[in-house]
Design a binder for this molecule. Structure first.
Ligand code: XLS
Ligand code: NI
Ligand code: NI
Length: 442
């Protein structure tokens, strides 16, 4: 059964193409720094947004036209979604996808039934994966939608809920292993609090760490060698979430000796919700060896929530790719479009068009970023700015060859202290030049 009959395989058509169903900048075979775009960018489809989302909002019902949703039996619907998704991956030519347990199979009336439903769909996916180029980038479990998780999952005050959440993650790890997932994600949507007045934060954080250690032990036991990823988000749905941002998450991981088990899955819109730029979060993770994967989307500048738009902002994609390329790529991670089409883009082909815009935006960003890296366009300026630390007193500080007494003696010899301009405006204009010339050459 075909769901996208009117769509043929999406092709690269070049920067001047006027075809919304063609790539303008993403040319899978084109090389950037010796690796193909396909290998470097590792794009993925988010199953939930693309095959589950009905595009409803708090003021209106869903608008999405999704031919695979015509079945009324939940398992028939789930199977149709698998058919539709593999047709979509193939026609788009996207190498990866990601899902939650409840995206692929409906909940049953009890846990046993729920797990059995998953087995049916996982069997089906396993078959598809055998003949398909597409691979599973990461899977995860949804421990936030069911009312059971009202007080949290692994940070719930209710130990039964902790056990239930563990049972689901145990299954998630088994599913990930069966389908050869490269990574495994933990997003703590309900792992936080509403009010400190009724919260034992110390116990909740200890329990969260206990949960992660048990997950790691079980993954090792079954030989599932996926990269574990924490996905920070400061708020929404919870008022305060424990994995607020990369810095919070990193402190937590180090306190509980989990820093070698996890890396971060950084989502652009979550970064901005935390009051950071996307590149800040990527940079913080990278310099600490913790950059694992990316949820590629963007927020809306006028809206203060997780709008999960498809990425189109070239400054953001360029600066993100700058961090990713400097990181030497993402190893077991990739660029997962945790993004949904707008409520007004309700047609099935809008799903293709939106992914194309996202893929093109990151492909172009990667080209610009690689040029800046090759030319040391930013590096040379940054190096110069910190040159006081490569000689004299600065070198002594960096090498650990000084102390407060020597520093005071030195400071007393200074007649005056002079600073140089930071050249921020100039650097921004250099970035503009790289963007414009790369587009012109494309
Ligand atoms: C929600 C999160 C979620 C995770 C996976 O804001 O981004 O979709 O990526 O649970
Ligand atoms: Ni996400
Ligand atoms: Ni999100």
């Amino acid at each position: 059964m075909a769901y996208f009959d009117n769509i043929s395989k999406i092709k690269f058509d070049g920067a001047k193409s006027k075809d919304p169903l063609a790539f303008k900048f993403y040319n899978p075979e084109e090389k950037i720094n010796g690796k193909t775009m396909e290998e470097t960018l590792k794009f993925g489809v988010a199953y939930w947004h693309t095959f589950m989302e009905d595009l409803s909002d708090p003021f209106g019902v869903g608008t999405a036209q999704r031919p695979w949703d015509k079945f009324s039996d939940p398992m028939d619907k789930a199977k149709a979604r698998v058919d539709a998704s593999f047709e979509f991956f193939d026609k788009l030519g996207i190498p990866y996808f990601c899902f939650h347990d409840f995206d692929i199979a409906p909940e049953g009336s009890n846990l046993k039934e729920t797990l059995a439903n998953q087995d049916v769909i996982v069997d089906m996916m396993e078959d598809y994966l055998k003949d398909s180029k597409v691979k599973l980038l990461w899977n995860t479990v949804n421990n936030f939608t069911n009312p059971m998780f009202v007080h949290g999952a692994s940070t719930s005050n209710n130990a039964d809920v902790f056990a239930y959440a563990a049972a689901k993650v145990k299954k998630g790890l088994e599913v990930g292993k069966r389908l050869g997932s490269e990574s495994y994600v933990f997003w703590g949507g309900r792992e936080g609090y509403e009010s400190l007045l009724n919260t034992n934060m110390g116990l909740e954080l200890d329990n969260l760490a206990r949960f992660f250690h048990m997950a790691n032990d079980y993954a090792k036991e079954i030989g599932f060698d996926a990269q574990f990823l924490i996905e920070p988000k400061p708020k929404e749905p919870t008022t305060h979430q424990y994995d607020f941002d990369v810095a919070h998450g990193f402190a937590f991981l180090q306190k509980y000796n989990l820093q070698d088990v996890f890396k971060f899955n950084i989502e652009a819109n979550h970064a901005t919700l935390a009051g950071h730029s996307f590149e800040h979060e990527l940079h913080y993770a990278r310099i600490n060896g913790m950059l694992g994967s990316v949820d590629a989307n963007q927020g809306h500048p006028q809206l203060g929530w997780d709008t999960d738009e498809f990425p189109s902002d070239l400054y953001a994609t360029t600066l993100a790719m700058y961090e990713i390329l400097k990181n030497g790529g993402l190893e077991k991670g990739g660029l997962n479009f945790d993004a949904k089409v707008r409520r007004t883009s309700f047609k099935p082909e809008d799903l293709f068009k939106a992914h194309i815009v996202g893929m093109d935006s990151f492909a172009l960003g990667a080209k610009v970023a690689q040029r800046m890296i090759d030319d040391k366009a930013l590096d040379s300026l940054v190096e110069k700015r910190y040159s006081s630390f490569s000689e004299g007193i600065g070198k002594d500080i960096v090498d650990g060859n000084t102390d407060f007494k020597k520093l005071q003696d030195y400071a007393l010899t200074l007649d005056k202290v002079e600073n140089e301009s930071g050249n921020v405006e100039v650097i921004k204009s250099i970035l503009n030049q790289y963007l414009v010339t790369t587009i012109a050459d494309a």
